[in-house]
Design a protein around this ligand. Structure first.
Ligand code: KMH
Ligand code: ZN
Length: 280
């Protein structure tokens, strides 16, 4: 079947693990992130996946830091705001959950524990369930972050156990993390084949897997995420000058693949966000 839906492009501009030593153009302050998100929206992004930094540039999940960033984004553009609940490896559940109090339209939710380089990104089921319920109480659409195939089944089990609210099922395949599932077209095809009818999905390839994962997602009817959180390089050995450059290339590839780039309004409609309460 030929994919016809517009492509929702998500920008992930900062992440919870990187520093300027690795990527000198990483936006860190609320104003820098706001400006970078506005440029990325101009280039075709309709969702921003937000992580925050404190005054020292260190990762934080503080609700105040997220509030400043969301304000800086909202002052510039109408992109869909999706806050992280993953934070950085090692953060507590309570700290990871702080941004939910701001009632963003969307938030991420990783549905399993995974090796993450030399570390372990801990997501035991009872914790995932509590964060899921906190999102539901606040009218926030979860984006299930899938680092390995069992996490799809865990997300479906979670939803089946709490099926009172029939909200949209939306997934993000985060592929190529050392410890997670590989970033290959075959992995994208397999994971998307596991989803029930009506579910929507996006995919991102970490590092050098960015382009194969992007092209597979475009061919298979999915959506695409990228940004410095996922790849600090634009090409082999060439650090990215900006998140907007990465987004602009995905937008070009999308159009060359015969698909349209979704506006924020179209992304909201495709994800059923109008039916939910949250608006960060
Ligand atoms: N920083 C990673 C350990 C998310 O934002 O929800 C987790 C992460 C996922 O980035
Ligand atoms: Zn993240």
């Amino acid at each position: 079947m030929v994919p016809v839906d517009p492509v929702i492009i998500t920008v992930a501009p900062v992440g919870g693990e990187l520093s300027r030593a690795e990527q000198p153009n990483l936006p860190l302050t609320a104003e820098e992130i706001g400006a970078e998100v506005a440029r990325s929206a101009e280039a075709g992004a309709s969702i921003v996946h937000v992580h925050a930094r404190d005054e020292a540039g260190e990762p934080t999940q503080s609700r105040e830091a997220f509030a400043r960033i969301i304000e800086a984004i909202r002052a510039r553009c109408d992109i869909v705001v999706q806050t992280s609940t993953g934070g950085s490896v090692g953060m507590s559940e309570a700290h990871r959950s702080e941004p939910l109090d701001l009632r963003p339209e969307m938030a991420t939710l990783t549905t399993g524990t995974v090796n993450f380089g030399d570390e372990v990104f801990q997501n035991p089921f009872p914790m995932v369930e509590r964060i899921f319920l906190a999102m539901r109480e606040r009218g926030i659409l979860p984006e299930f972050e899938i680092f390995d195939s069992g996490m799809v089944d865990t997300a479906l089990r979670l939803v089946a156990a709490h099926d009172a609210t029939p909200h949209r099922l939306h997934f993000d395949f985060v592929l190529g993390v050392p410890g997670g599932m590989r970033g290959s077209p075959g992995a994208v095809a397999f994971l998307s084949s596991l989803l029930p009818d009506g579910a929507t999905w996006t995919a991102t390839g970490i590092g050098r897997t960015h382009l194969p994962v992007t092209l597979a997602a475009l061919a298979l009817g999915g959506n695409v995420r990228t940004g410095f959180e996922d790849t600090i390089y634009y090409a082999r050995g060439e650090l990215g000058a900006s998140n907007a450059d990465l987004i602009a290339r995905v937008a070009r590839l999308t159009r060359e693949a015969g698909r349209a780039v979704a506006t924020p309004a179209q992304a909201r409609e495709m994800l059923g966000l109008g039916d939910l309460g949250g608006r960060g």
